[in-house]
Design a protein around this ligand. Structure first.
Ligand code: PMP
Length: 407
């Protein structure tokens, strides 16, 4: 493994020079959203400054250039998850939007009364609520895979839940709240033995793990670019071509049609069938630059470095009396959720912020998971490739200070 030059990486992220409350910013809220390198910022300015135009229908120079850049990004996303065709990549607003697309089209068309949908206790609200809405409308049944004390899925319970009635399994690849990496290959293979389709919520996985949708054989894979050093408001749904072909569109408008008359409208081909209206062109274009950036560093190198940070921080936190890490899965990414005896998570967040340290506190959009652990919330530090051992030292000394003040 090559050693990344983290100083050079940090220089790519202008925001890391910010001063917060008189202290250098220590940004440890990467599971919420990552910061953006100047390559992405320049791409946005370059698009708006030099070739902003509406895509696909234009015949002028700028429209052709914008269209080519937009479709290049689709190809970059295809390669990033190793889909077999760029037609299988639908641009969406992000993971939430991708999951809702599947619920509204696949779900509403192919699921009915008594059909079962399996999710897990680790899910983000965005992989719970769309299915509850569908169940309410169609009379489907939602089943939930339990987790153990370490925050790992109970795979024996999952196996038992699967039956001929299971039509869809929708699980998170990596938990945003605890960092657990789920055994999704096994989950997918087992679901397929009963004929169920599988959606993977990849929001947290894409920045840390290699994704190969063909090797996984998942039916759908959802992700957001803002968690992969890219812009907000853009993400994708990967879907197997045969499924996407069979699914009806759910948003009507321009771009998604072949021909419109007042009597009858025919729909466009994949992927445009699902992309009604003017898309988020600028952020789609800039997404390629984020993916190029990650590819250039190399995900295995990013992951190796983040794992070093995780091991160091886990060890250092273990030495703080009264601090307990929530979620100690054997396979996890660089997310550390913790609670401190007698100190409210929100107070931890506020006191760290006073020292320029940004972490996340609360339920992390995983209220049922918090309930499972009997907690109203946790404090969460999550590391990205630009974080350093010195920043973790700042976090640890910040936590000692919190303890002195409130413990
Ligand atoms: N799933 C997981 C695991 C997440 O971490 C998030 C973002 N916090 C989402 C889904 C939703 O992603 P977005 O808000 O980008 O749609």
């Amino acid at each position: 493994l090559k050693t990344l030059d983290i100083t050079a990486v940090r220089n790519d992220f202008p925001i890391l020079n910010e001063v917060v409350n008189g202290k250098p910013l220590v940004y440890l809220d990467n599971a919420a959203t990552t910061q953006k390198p100047k390559q992405v910022l320049d791409a946005l300015a370059g698009y708006y400054g030099h070739y902003n135009a509406n895509i696909h229908r234009g015949i002028h120079h700028l429209a052709e250039k914008a269209t080519a850049a937009f479709e290049d990004s689709r190809k970059a996303m295809q390669q990033f998850v190793n889909a077999s065709s760029s037609d299988e990549i639908i641009f969406t607003y992000g993971t939430t939007d991708s999951i809702n697309l599947v619920a509204q089209t696949f779900g509403r068309s192919f699921l009915g009364k008594g059909d079962e949908i399996i999710i897990s206790t680790l899910e983000h609200h965005s992989n719970i609520v769309p299915w509850q809405m569908l169940c309410e409308e169609k009379g489907c049944i939602l089943k939930v895979i339990p987790v153990n004390e370490e925050g790992e899925l109970d795979m024996a319970a999952y196996q038992q839940m699967l039956s001929e009635n299971t039509k869809l399994v929708s699980v998170v690849h990596v938990s945003n709240a605890l960092g657990t990496i789920n055994p999704i290959k096994q989950i997918i293979d087992q679901a397929h033995t009963v004929g169920a389709k599988v959606l993977i919520d990849g929001a947290q996985a894409c920045s840390h793990l290699e994704i190969d949708v063909q090797a996984l054989d998942c039916d759908f894979y959802a992700f957001s670019m803002h968690k992969i050093y890219g812009p907000t408001g853009i993400g994708a749904l990967y879907g197997k071509r045969s499924l996407l072909e069979a699914m009806p569109p759910y948003r009507g408008g321009g771009e998604m049609i072949k021909e419109v008359t007042f009597e009858k409208t025919t729909y466009n081909e994949l992927p445009y069938k699902f992309e009604a209206g003017t898309p988020n062109i600028a952020d789609a274009v800039a997404s390629k630059f984020a993916l190029d950036y990650v590819n250039q560093l190399g995900k295995e190198h990013i992951a190796a470095y983040e794992n070093e940070l995780l091991a160091y921080a886990t060890q250092a936190m273990a030495d703080i009396p009264g601090l307990r890490i929530v979620g100690q899965a054997k396979q996890k990414v660089s997310v550390l959720s913790f609670v401190m005896d007698g100190i409210h998570h929100q107070d931890i967040g506020v006191l760290l912020d006073q020292q320029g340290i940004a972490i996340r506190t609360g339920h992390h959009c995983t209220q049922p998971l918090m309930q499972r652990f009997g907690l109203s919330g946790t404090s969460r530090a999550s590391f990205a490739v630009y974080n350093t051992i010195e920043e973790i030292d700042a976090l640890i000394s910040g936590l000692h200070k919190v303890k002195r003040m409130l413990g």
